[in-house]
Design a protein around this ligand. Structure first.
Ligand SMILES: Cc1cc2nc3c(=O)[nH]c(=O)nc-3n(C[C@H](O)[C@H](O)[C@H](O)COP(=O)(O)OP(=O)(O)OC[C@H]3O[C@@H](n4cnc5c(N)ncnc54)[C@H](O)[C@@H]3O)c2cc1C
Ligand code: FES
Length: 507
């Protein structure tokens, strides 16, 4: 977050800066107390708010692409002319400022009234859109429908108690105690009323009648002209005795995270079952609360399946430096009271058990409705399912990825949001193929790991830089072709790799 007490950075742009001092693509400065970044794109100069509207990433360190600037942290993009957040995970615009050139000096003085977002004219006007799921994809779709000036009805069902929240935070700063709960909602409660989004919480959609175009939820039937399925994934529960005890939790919802935090108060020791992303993020957050943490995982190296052995070793060492005790190549066979019994013998007595052994896409509704399923809900390039008028996005969707040339399904926050946005535009009659390069990030202590692309298998990993020194870029290659790139503190290189993958896309 920005330190509100620090004086604004860089030159005072209202006094003008000589063009000779603005040699690169960006220059960070300020106007009054506002930090502003000057951005050169071709022959034009723009001025926009210096901090990304997602988590305040420094846009001056981002990548300029045409009339957009991409955030170095999680690859959001902002339109330089309007400030609009054109790519998730940012959803709100940044401010835009008037730029004046006088001779060889560039001046920024006045903030412009926030321009309207770009609206692609709808070619279809469905009267009623129903969204099943109040997560990343469902929320981003509803928000985009209104951004596109869709004026019909939107009903969004969620079987969670909370309005859409920033789910990635549930295992990170919020669980660690460094982010207050009021940072979590993606929008304040009154947003839904003002935007006329009929958000129905605690409401499970139980069936879809594709012939009559209705869904059933809470005993009511609701008609739709277009339907978006964004039911996400649910945590796998281990089939072992003792899973139903009050100190044993999976971690998916705000309610789960709150329950773990409540247990953490006064807890001495925690067992985390699962050494992948969520398990290890939870381990880091519990260490921040000074709780002894044991991680039990079947794998020999954490995260090796996704990130490879080098990064796996690094992640293990990083957690060990912070005091995490690993039990790898092992599992928990039962939880007897507070004792988690290990397969290898022995037991760990713990006040909290967090189970993070992966998720399964929630396909039941789609399956029952007769939609084509292939290890996910099958969608075409426009995110439409096998039944016209029904779209799917996020963790449940398996789409034809033009980069890997495979049909893929991923469990990434940014992908879910971007798919929700694309599905929204397509429900309004656009024919916009989904071709974003997959991106995810994970955070462990002060170390962010960014990943672009998709590599289920590879035959070579090249390492540039120093993994242990937290300054590296790894390329996952198959027959010489770069499928994916993971990086630590190589943000510009990660953004450039993403751009290169976009440009190399098959037609
Ligand atoms: C703790 C945690 C941390 C994460 N951290 C990261 C990260 O750092 N980076 C990253 O890229 N990804 C991360 N992820 C993954 C990311 O959150 C998911 O990929 C993303 O939320 C998927 O979005 P979605 O909309 O498909 O599903 P979800 O966000 O899960 O939303 C699905 C919604 O549908 C509701 N629902 C399901 N079935 C029904 C029904 N029948 N009726 C009504 N409602 C229903 C669910 O309750 C839920 O509200 C994390 C996930 C978790 C749990
Ligand atoms: S801080 Fe900019 S995308 Fe997250």
């Amino acid at each position: 977050m920005v330190d509100q007490q620090a004086p604004p950075a860089g030159p005072d742009l209202s006094k003008g800066v000589p063009l000779s001092e603005f040699a690169g693509e960006t220059l960070l400065g300020h106007v009054g107390d506002d930090e502003v970044v000057l951005v050169r794109s071709g022959s034009e100069i723009f001025a926009v708010g210096a901090h990304c509207s997602h988590y305040h990433g420094p846009l001056a360190e981002g990548l300029v692409t045409g009339e957009g600037i991409r955030c170095p942290w999680h690859h959001a993009c902002f339109d330089l002319r309007t400030g609009e957040a054109t790519r998730a995970p940012a959803l709100s615009p940044v401010a835009v400022w008037k730029v004046e050139l006088e001779g060889e000096r560039v001046f920024v003085q006045e903030k412009r009234e926030q321009p309207s977002p770009q609206v692609t004219r709808a070619t279809e006007a469905p009267g009623q859109i129903v969204i099943v799921g109040g997560g990343a994809a469902g929320f981003a779709a509803a928000e985009m429908l209104r951004r596109q000036e869709y004026r019909g009805s939107i009903v969004m069902f969620s079987n969670e108690a909370a309005a859409p929240v920033d789910r990635p935070n549930l295992s990170k700063d919020y669980l660690a105690g460094s982010a207050p709960e009021d940072w979590l909602p993606l929008r304040p409660d009154d947003f839904y009323t003002e935007a006329k989004i009929d958000l129905r919480l605690n409401t499970e959609v139980t069936s879809i009648d594709t012939a009559r175009h209705v869904v059933t939820a809470g005993g009511e039937t609701i008609a739709y002209d277009r339907l978006l399925l964004a039911t996400g994934a649910e945590p796998v529960r281990l089939p072992i005795p003792g899973m139903d005890q009050p100190h044993v939790h999976v971690l998916r919802s705000l309610a789960d995270s709150r329950a773990i935090i409540a247990l953490a108060d006064g807890a001495r020791r925690a067992v985390v079952i699962g050494a992948s992303f969520i398990g290890l993020e939870a381990a880091a957050s519990l260490r921040a609360r000074n709780i002894e943490v044991h991680v039990v995982g079947l794998e020999q190296r954490p995260m090796e399946r996704v990130l490879g052995p080098e990064m796996g070793d690094f992640v293990r060492a990083l957690h060990e430096e912070h005091g995490v005790i690993f039990h790898l190549g092992d599992t928990v066979t039962a939880i007897e009271g507070k004792r988690a019994l290990l397969k290898s013998g022995g037991a760990i007595e713990a006040d909290i058990v967090v189970v993070g052994v992966g998720v399964r896409p929630r396909l039941g509704l789609a399956e029952k409705a007769g939609l084509a399923i292939d290890r996910g809900v099958t969608v075409n390039a426009y995110l439409e399912t096998s039944v016209p008028g029904i779209y799917a996005a996020g963790d449940i969707a398996r789409w034809p990825d033009p980069h890997s040339l495979e049909t893929i399904r991923v469990e990434h926050w940014v992908v879910a949001e971007r798919q929700g946005q694309t599905a929204a535009r397509n429900m309004l009659g656009q024919r916009e193929p989904f071709h974003a390069v997959p991106f995810f990030w994970s955070q462990h202590y002060d170390v962010p790991i960014n990943y672009v692309g998709y590599a289920e298998k590879w035959d070579e990993i090249t390492v540039d830089g120093d993994i242990a020194g937290k300054d590296c870029l790894l390329q996952y290659k198959s027959r010489g072709r770069v499928l994916a790139v993971a990086s630590i503190y190589r943000d510009i290189a990660s953004l450039k790799a993403e751009l290169a993958m976009e440009r190399a896309r098959a037609p």
